[in-house]
Write a protein that binds this ligand. Sequence first.
Ligand code: SF4
Length: 276
Amino acid sequence: MISLKKIKTYMYCPLKLYYEDNIHENEIKNERYEAGKRIKEIRLDIQDLIQRNLKRLNRNMDLKRIEQELNKNINYYINNQLNEIYDPEKYDIEDIEKYKNDLMQESKYNIQLLSLKSKRLMDLTNENGHNITERLFPTAMYNYILRDPELEITGIAEKIEIIQGKYYPIIFKTSIPPIKGVWDSDAIELAFTSILIEEEFETEVYVGFVDYVNIGERRPAVIDANLRKSLFRKIDYVRTILYNKEIPTAKYDLNKCKNCEFKDICLDDYENPIEI
Ligand code: SF4
């Protein structure tokens, strides 16, 4: 089965996918990946906490009080969770502090935006927090495991929102978005999840969304025929790398390579190594 993680690695760098598949797991400890996964889980928990706080809002509260209410327990939770995952043998304390600060900044900014929206919505509708929560946060499923046996693909949908019977895949990204639309790799990820959702729920998905969490912006990606074709081509390439053991061309990019756990091997393997 081709997993979403493999497609994401392929989009990062095809050669990285090849190394991941051919080098024994224990040789290279992928701590960065594990930490990234945990941060994503913490981010979903924070969203859940904020939604719970939102339900407690009263329409008579002023903006400052709304922000205070939405902020309740958030920094405590972030501190607590990051302290729990801290393992001196795996991570530098500076990395943990950076994750902590990033999450706190991101939450602070998103809570400020949500406070403004909630205040405005409560004023307009005369409703309390409990009622506006549904308007702001539709029914959703998180970390839903999906599989398509015919296409032999599988993946975990980070979030699927269901609005009036329609399914919308949502992914969260900490990268800065492009000037317009979403990054190609994000669109491919959404297309992959959409195909799995279509199979699982016998439905059609026309659009998905990327939540660029650092700037609190949601951007749509249309899951059209061209995007699907491009995804299928990538699935085929991934199959060639994994099953035929074909060595792909490296996708050198200084920003990516410096964070890649295979950079030392890459430098050894190539006649003209890049400078990192
Ligand atoms: S170091 Fe760069 S080129 Fe080499 S596998 Fe990693 S991302 Fe790809």
